[in-house]
Design a protein around this ligand. Structure first.
Ligand SMILES: Nc1nc2c(ncn2[C@@H]2O[C@H](COP(=O)(O)OP(=O)(O)OP(=O)(O)O)[C@@H](O)[C@H]2O)c(=O)[nH]1
Ligand SMILES: [Mg+2]
Length: 304
């Protein structure tokens, strides 16, 4: 939900396509009423509702909230972070939506997306200040709701996928286990990153080496997206690779496909390369690969 032009349909398009969505997004028309679709995650089917945000639709939803809002488990509320002039209008709408949930159904999870936070704005003082002020104003809802904030932009697909994955993971308490386990495992491998994705690229859990730079995360994610495509087209279950960051630091990685019935997951493991002793790196990769049954066991516990 969110005002018209906030970027809701763009976000859904980006999440669904993941590649080459730019052209489609540049031509989106305003959503008429509610656009519904479904997607699967961990074998469960979810309904997704894209609430057209034009004023006349908003009025309608708020007039009969029980008809439109009942049964919703998770809201992604999208705010156009660049449009300062409409912050108040956007918060007013959010407030009215939350009022319904406060009265009738308190267990909704609310993810607030400060969207259109485009790469060139990351260090912009003005927008950062404005977003911070909004966050402070919104924390008063945390007495009643689980409320979370994200900065997103379609120019960084990872930011959108992260917000979506985090939102979904809040519906699955056990998913916390994955990230906790990865943090534990990482110590034995000098890991730069360990991530578990479903086939649509939703993150089930991840560990990053502390202080890993954003640009390095994005580099890894890009490689991952590319290799995942290749794994599917070549029907592989394992892919090893080696690459380097802009600062010259080299890393080795392995992607493993884990299958459960018709569900598929992708485990991405990235470790530092030991330049002086490459044999050590190879041994580590072998160790990771031999831990596959353990990983499968863990995922089985989560999806059951
Ligand atoms: N700069 C920038 N523009 C974006 C971003 N995401 C979406 N847009 C643009 O914002 C405009 C509105 O996007 P939509 O996704 O149609 O907005 P909406 O929230 O679905 O609007 P309604 O359907 O009317 O409720 C489009 O021109 C998009 O190209 C972003 O991250 N950054
Ligand atoms: Mg729309």
């Amino acid at each position: 939900m969110g005002l018209d032009f906030a970027g809701k349909t763009s976000i859904i398009t980006a999440i669904t396509k993941r590649f080459g969505f730019e052209e489609q997004i540049s031509k989106l028309a305003p959503t008429r009423r509610i656009a519904r679709d479904t997607f699967k995650f961990l074998g469960l089917e979810f309904s997704r509702l894209d609430f057209g945000g034009q004023r006349i639709y908003r009025k309608d939803y708020l007039k009969h909230p029980e008809k439109f809002l009942s049964g919703i488990d998770l809201i992604f509320y999208v705010i156009d972070a660049q449009d300062f002039d409409r912050y108040i209008e956007s918060i007013d709408y959010l407030e009215e939506v939350l009022l319904f949930f406060k009265e009738y159904q308190e267990d909704v999870i609310v993810a607030i997306l400060f969207h259109k936070f485009d790469p060139q704005l990351i260090d912009d003082v003005e927008i950062n200040k404005r977003i911070l002020t909004l966050k402070q104003a919104l924390t008063r809802y945390s007495n009643h709701f689980d409320i979370f904030f994200f900065e997103t932009t379609i120019f960084d697909i990872k930011s959108v996928m992260d917000a979506f994955s985090s939102g979904l993971s809040m519906l699955f308490e056990k998913m916390e286990m994955v990230s906790n386990l990865f943090a534990e495992i990482s110590k034995n491998y000098n890991a730069i990153l360990i991530s578990l994705f479903d086939s649509k690229g939703i993150t089930l859990g991840e560990f990053y080496r502390p202080h890993l730079q954003l640009i390095q995360k994005l580099k890894i994610y890009e490689i991952y997206l590319d290799l995942q495509k290749r794994i599917i087209s070549e029907s592989r279950t394992l892919y090893e690779f080696s690459d380097k960051f802009e600062n010259g630091e080299r890393f080795s990685g392995v992607i493993e496909v884990l299958k459960f019935g018709n569900l598929e997951f992708y485990l991405l493991f990235i470790i530092e390369e030991d330049q002086k002793d490459l044999e050590k790196t190879v041994t580590l990769l072998d160790k990771i690969e031999s831990a596959k049954p353990q990983m499968e066991n863990l995922i089985l516990q989560i999806i059951q």
